[in-house]
Design a protein around this ligand. Structure first.
Ligand code: ADP
Ligand code: MG
Length: 232
């Protein structure tokens, strides 16, 4: 059984008068330890697919199983629990809270935990992505774009979720800081996490295991990056 199983997922937005079919019958599996890129032109359905994988956007039909659990069959409450336990999400705009330090941003997902040690845990995860305690005290606006990206990754992994989802995490970064983020994602996959990243840049797929190419809401290629890096 794969960690993530998407079966016959269709997603429509809008009502009958102006319906958009964002995904048609998409099926795929992602294993623990696998690093996959979702590629495709703007509007092809990448973010929709990632948000469905992230248990935050119910499909119109079809199913998502995570660790064998039929996610969208769960109550909203249980879906929220599952998101917290299984999924770390790096949003396209990073979405760091501007009024909180890097360290406090990373501690946010730990807020519901009762036990102590949150600060130590957040510092340890920040260190893992190359942010020391001194930089951890800064506001996001006092960090470079690449450092903000690393803080967003630290926040996504601080709960140690088995699945990391990232929507264009290097979209706004220069090549070398983007490379550092991509290296972090590779390291996470090598450590046993399932990592799924949306990108529209073929250069970002250099060390992924697999490219899932989406065109007009359907998977048009699902193979190694050498075989599937169709230019947009
Ligand atoms: P991508 O991330 O590849 O650019 P999206 O998944 O964001 O693509 O969008 C796929 C299609 O679904 C597009 O036609 C988009 O306009 C439409 N779409 C996405 N989100 C919504 C929404 N919340 N309401 C209506 N249409 C949407
Ligand atoms: Mg998108």
């Amino acid at each position: 059984m794969a960690l993530i199983e998407v079966d016959g997922v269709r997603k429509e937005y809008g009502d009958a008068a102006c319906r958009v079919v964002a995904l048609h019958e998409v099926s795929l599996e992602v294993e623990a330890g696998e690093y996959a890129a979702i590629m495709g032109p703007s509007g092809s359905g990448k973010t929709t697919l990632l948000s469905i994988l992230g248990a935050m956007n119910p499909p119109t039909s079809g199913s998502l199983r995570i660790d064998g659990i039929d996610v969208y069959d769960l109550s909203q409450e249980r879906q929220a629990d599952l998101r917290r336990e299984y999924i770390g999400f790096v949003f396209q705009q990073l979405e760091l809270v501007p009024y909180l330090s890097a360290l406090e941003n990373v501690m946010l997902p730990l807020a519901i935990l009762k036990e102590g040690g949150k600060r130590e845990r957040a510092l340890e995860v920040l260190a893992r992505v190359g942010i020391d305690e001194q930089k951890g005290r800064r506001l996001p606006s006092e960090l470079s774009g690449g450092e903000q990206g690393r803080v967003a990754i630290a926040r996504a992994i601080v709960n140690d979720p088995p699945i990391i989802l990232a929507d264009e995490p290097v979209g706004s970064l220069d090549t070398s800081t983007g490379r550092q983020i991509l290296d972090q994602l590779r390291t996470l996959a090598d450590g046993g996490h399932a990592v799924v990243m949306v990108t529209h840049n073929p250069d970002s797929t250099a060390d992924v295991d697999r490219v899932i190419q989406i065109l007009d809401g359907s998977v048009s290629c699902d193979d190694g990056p050498k075989f599937c890096a169709i230019p947009n």
